[in-house]
Design a protein around this ligand. Structure first.
Ligand SMILES: NC(=O)c1ccc[n+]([C@@H]2O[C@H](COP(=O)([O-])OP(=O)(O)OC[C@H]3O[C@@H](n4cnc5c(N)ncnc54)[C@H](O)[C@@H]3O)[C@@H](O)[C@H]2O)c1
Length: 413
């Protein structure tokens, strides 16, 4: 019985983080139970159809057919596991503050079934103290009486969906646990899956490091977005400036301007940091300002695009190219293109969109590239997007990606 249990991993949440982790663990020899509270998703996964781009249907079907992986909505399945990782969303609430409801629900859901000697790890992004102050108390309160020793660690996921180079296996993993025994077990678990594991002294260090990583990106994106506006106002080509600065071999890291920031991480995680700072009587001023600058980008982009339209056209037709928040994925969570669309409409534009990876967005379907428009905005250059038709028709394009700016009729942000 014990020998069997040592091989079983339960992963709570089968999304962008949980499902690729499940496949990496299967590759490493674990038997994996994927628990998700969304029945349709579980049915889809068990039917061999992957809901995330980073896991192919073939990979998923192979893992299911060998019995190495199964998905379920039944939390009691975690009874079999020696390791449980929590990979559920940590979004913002209506006040743009941390909403840990799903994380609490996940902890509450597994608690009655956590067997003795089980390691519970949170991979979800959150502010320092989340593991110790929220997850540990919930599990300790509701765990079975026989489960005397439960081990706890934080190992924030760093995966970058759609990245062809960096994945769950080769991205170094931070691990910080609540005590020595938990740390030893958590390190051993991640060493069985990841090439490199970095031990830190506490879960709070791991949690804070994750917020620092993503806040670093938010702030630098804001800097380049602000810098772009300053350059454009005096007709300096910002991309040439960036390229020039990037020739410095040290002390500079390239970031590119765009419509704003999107996805589950960059627009969200830094607000966990600002909230956490306020909760401790502090202020994260640079982060607050960076967030505001990024939030204003869609309005700036809308203005720049509409300037390309003949002023005699009162209700210009605008085609947005690419609505996912980054290339190569169909993920529209927190996409800044939503605000771009709102801003364009506010100024009287008729807006349609095209994205080969997104079948449905914002209550509407994509249009073909031959949709008759007065201006197009390249927000995200998706693979397989052939813009020749627009170029040949002489449509003005505002390129927010700096990928086609050398073509006729294209203006770079
Ligand atoms: N997506 C990324 O690029 C990324 C990268 C690093 C870290 N993270 C972090 O990882 C965590 C998970 O993000 P994600 O992108 O995988 O989310 P996701 O929405 O893709 O997947 C989460 C899954 O959890 C399920 N779920 C929600 N509440 C649940 C509950 N109480 N019990 C069981 N299942 C539940 C949902 O149905 C969903 O399938 C978040 O904290 C996020 O910030 C995400």
């Amino acid at each position: 019985m014990h020998a069997q249990r040592t091989q079983v991993l339960a992963i709570i949440g089968q999304g962008y983080v949980g499902l690729p982790l499940a496949m990496a663990a299967v590759d490493a020899g674990w038997k994996v139970i994927g628990v998700d509270n969304f029945p349709a998703k579980v049915a889809q996964i068990n039917g061999g159809s992957s809901p995330v781009e980073d896991v192919s249907d073939e990979k998923l079907q192979a893992a299911i057919s060998t019995g190495a992986y199964t998905a379920t909505i039944d939390f009691s399945a975690v009874e079999l596991a020696t390791v449980i990782t929590i990979c559920v969303p940590t979004p913002l609430d209506h006040a743009r503050e941390p909403d840990l409801t799903l994380l609490r629900n996940a902890a509450r859901g597994i608690a009655p079934y956590v067997s003795n000697e089980t390691l519970v790890v949170s991979e979800s992004t959150s502010y320092p103290g989340t593991l110790r102050e929220i997850i540990v108390p919930i599990i300790n309160e509701f765990k079975p009486e026989t489960s005397k020793s439960i081990y706890f660690a934080s190992a924030p996921e760093r995966v970058n969906p759609g990245d062809p180079s960096w994945n769950q296996t080769n991205t170094p993993r931070l691990v910080g646990a609540i005590d020595r025994e938990s740390q030893v077990r958590a390190l051993a678990f991640y060493e069985s899956i990841c090439d490199s594991v970095v031990s830190v002294s506490s879960p709070e260090v791991a949690e804070a490091a994750k917020l620092l990583e993503n806040t670093f990106r938010l702030v630098n994106i804001a800097l380049i977005n602000e810098f772009t506006q300053l350059c454009s106002a005096v007709d300096i080509k910002v991309h040439e400036v960036i390229q020039a600065a990037a020739t410095k071999p040290y002390g500079f890291m390239r970031f590119n301007p765009g419509v704003g920031v999107g996805g589950h991480c960059i627009p969200v995680d830094p607000l966990y940091l600002t909230w956490w700072a306020r909760a401790h009587g502090g202020k994260a001023l640079i982060v607050e300002t960076a967030n505001l600058i990024n939030l204003e980008m869609p309005s700036y982009v809308a203005e720049r695009a509409l300037k390309l339209v003949n002023p005699s056209i009162k209700n210009p037709r605008v085609l947005i190219l690419g609505v996912a928040y980054k290339p190569g994925v169909g993920d529209v969570r927190e996409t800044p293109v939503s605000e771009l669309k709102v801003n364009l409409k506010k100024q009287g534009a008729e807006v349609a969109w095209h994205d080969p990876l997104v079948p449905m967005w914002d209550g509407s379907k994509p249009v073909d590239l031959d949709w008759d428009c007065d201006v197009a905005i390249l927000a995200t250059l998706q693979p397989g997007m052939n813009l020749n038709l627009l170029i040949q028709k002489g449509i003005q394009i505002l390129d927010c990606t700096d990928s086609i700016s050398n073509l006729a009729g294209v203006t770079s942000l």
